[in-house]
Design a protein around this ligand. Structure first.
Ligand code: AMP
Length: 316
């Protein structure tokens, strides 16, 4: 079993460094910190680091580590929730002695010593819980690990709502839910919005565009962000505000990101497969949830035209 091979490799190393992907979401940070806490609790003598940088919405989940380059030469690196080299945050991961990948995205490239890639998992945190359960005789869960793993499960499954949810997702959820972390505090961190953010949500509901083929979309430029005093990360994370509209089968947010100098694109669908469309524009992801970054609003209009054709074909 791959989960046993992963444990054998972890046991071999004194130093383990876990990396997340660029612009990490709670599922990615939950996998990273959850794995760190489990390994540390089970093997207190090991040095386990979770490196990288938070985005605003993951800050509450726990501290990340700053480490020297020299630590990598004798270390095992684990990358979580990411399949391709380009999207791993902090390229020092390549300096590790061996690399393990744990990911639930469709496989795009193989470059690790061990690759555990399985799209049947609704979230990467579900994989980490699975890894723990498969090796329960040797691994220990902690309350902190359970909390961040549960946070990842909640966010990547839309609170156990998306198609990707299986009986296993729910039972793995129950497995960590039983630990005593404060559920209400977790929900507040994940779901409470400021008044400015709530008013922005109202603006989105009133102003999204849609086509007769069932494509919904929203263009959010810097002027709108300034008007509502909203950060691009928050704006793009609101894409699922268009998720439950009877007439809409695919929905896309386009958000200007001054810092990146690009437009963030968030694709979602409950009909047409969209990761090929995302790949056409330099991005990728899951069949019903993908992302990309594009250069200008001209490309945005091309994506809208392509997406609308996909909706039309799907309806046929
Ligand atoms: P997001 O819309 O950012 O929540 O991302 C949805 C899914 O698409 C996630 O699983 C991401 O890993 C993936 N994704 C987002 N942006 C990109 C990108 N630029 N390239 C490849 N995959 C991406």
């Amino acid at each position: 079993m791959i989960t046993n091979q992963i444990l054998n490799m972890i046991e071999k190393y004194k130093t383990i460094i876990i990396h997340h992907h660029v612009n990490p979401d709670p599922d990615c940070i939950g996998s990273q910190l959850g794995l760190k806490y489990i390994i540390k609790e089970s093997y207190p003598e090991k040095l386990v680091y979770a490196v990288g940088e938070h985005v605003d919405r993951t800050e509450f989940m726990g501290k990340l580590d700053k480490i020297e380059d020299s630590i990598y030469s004798d270390a095992l690196v684990i990358i979580v929730d990411v399949g391709d080299k380009l999207r791993v945050f902090d390229k020092r991961f390549l300096k590790g002695k061996e690399i393990i990948k744990i990911d639930h995205h469709p496989l795009t490239e193989e470059f690790c010593t061990l690759e555990w890639v399985d799209t049947n998992f609704a979230s990467c945190t579900e994989m980490v819980i699975d890894f723990y359960l498969q090796n329960k005789d040797k691994l220990n869960m902690t309350e902190d690990a359970a909390k961040v793993l549960y946070a990842g499960l909640l966010t990547d499954t839309g609170r156990f709502y998306f198609n990707s949810v299986t009986e296993r997702t729910l039972s793995h959820g129950a497995e960590v839910y039983k630990y005593g972390f404060n559920k209400q505090e977790l929900y507040a961190n994940l779901y409470y919005k400021s008044i400015a953010e709530m008013k922005f949500s109202g603006f989105l509901m009133n102003n999204f565009s849609y086509t007769k083929n069932g494509l919904g979309y929203m263009k959010i430029d810097q002027k709108i962000l300034d008007e509502f005093n909203i950060k691009p990360e928050f704006a793009s994370s609101m894409v699922n505000i268009l998720a439950n509209i009877t007439e809409i089968i695919m929905w896309i947010f386009f958000t200007e990101d001054k810092k990146l100098g690009k437009i963030r694109v968030n694709f979602r669908s409950r009909g047409p497969i969209i990761n090929k469309l995302a790949a056409k524009y330099g991005g990728g992801g899951h069949i019903f949830a993908s992302g990309a970054h594009v250069e200008n609003w001209g490309i945005v209009d091309k994506i809208i035209a392509d997406a609308d054709i996909l909706c039309q074909e799907f309806n046929k």
